[in-house]
Write a protein that binds this ligand. Structure first.
Ligand code: ADP
Length: 262
């Protein structure tokens, strides 16, 4: 049937992707997109072939974080080419397809499901070592269809902040992933203390350790903590991922030195 054919196509695409990592968070604003973009860039700089897929239908932020705003994917016959960021990293985002990024996207669950599936199977990802997916926050339609589309081998990285309230949301995400039969690779605690640009020390503003405690409790790995660092948000605003930002020593302006040119 047509349905089997469609699944065949999806399986064929997924078969060429070695590791599928879904970056999730219990709520918005915890730095999930920043972490997803930097994981993707770091892996690509380590010589891996990486795809970065932004499935946030409400606020796609990956194009801005990687200075790719206004780019359009090349359209073929029933396929789209992802937008290249470097030789090793290609990117797909709903943001590339929206005419105006302020445009509100109001779609029902089944439509979102179809879109996410299309973003995986109709995009020419090619052979990838890693597909990193930036998933909208929470445990709603998009994370559900993302995990269902990618299947049981997709693993989740959960980003949280150290405060108690955020940690409650993460607990929900961990059980959500488990209920779908997927594995949690681990938890990242972001905005954990403040990295002072003047003295270089990390000051703990909120309690840190919430993510680590939760990881222990949930039996998943604690992957590490990232302090609040003004350089992370400044480089993000400028469209240079922190992993890749180089500052001109004379002007202090960010510049992109593409180690592996396109
Ligand atoms: P989310 O995807 O969870 O909504 P974002 O990645 O868009 O969150 O991050 C929200 C804001 O916080 C952005 O302005 C980003 O630059 C900033 N940010 C994220 N992580 C850090 C950090 N470790 N230090 C400083 N600013 C950060």
């Amino acid at each position: 049937s047509g349905c089997d054919k469609a699944d065949e196509k999806l399986q064929k695409t997924l078969g060429r992707i070695r590791h599928k990592i879904v970056v999730m968070s219990g709520k918005g604003g915890v730095g999930k997109s920043t972490v997803a973009a930097n994981i993707a860039v770091a892996l690509s700089l380590a010589g891996k072939k990486v795809g970065l897929l932004d499935v946030d239908v409400h606020g796609p932020s990956i194009p801005r974080l990687l200075s790719l705003k206004g780019q359009k994917p090349h359209m073929g016959d029933h396929v789209m080419e992802p937008v290249p960021w470097s030789k090793n990293l290609s990117v797909m985002s709903l943001g590339f397809l929206l005419e105006d990024d302020k445009q509100a996207v109001i779609w029902r669950g089944p439509v979102k499901m179809g879109l996410i599936k299309q973003f995986v199977e109709d995009v020419m990802w090619g052979d990838l070592d890693f597909l990193i997916v930036d998933c909208p926050p929470g445990t709603g339609d998009e994370p559900l269809s993302t995990l269902q589309t990618l299947g049981p081998t997709a693993i989740a990285v959960i980003v949280t902040t150290p405060q108690g309230v955020a940690v409650d949301d993460v607990r929900r995400s961990v059980s959500f992933v488990g209920e779908l039969g997927n594995r949690v690779l681990g938890i990242v605690e972001n905005m954990s203390g403040f990295a002072c640009p003047d003295c270089g020390a990390v000051h703990n503003i909120f309690n840190t350790g919430g993510g680590e405690e939760l990881a222990r409790e949930a039996g998943v790995r604690f992957l590490g903590r990232i302090p609040l660092d003004p350089e992370v948000s400044i480089s993000g605003d400028e469209g240079f991922p922190f992993m890749k930002v180089h500052r001109d020593t004379a002007t202090g302006k960010a510049m992109q030195q593409v180690i592996e040119p396109l």
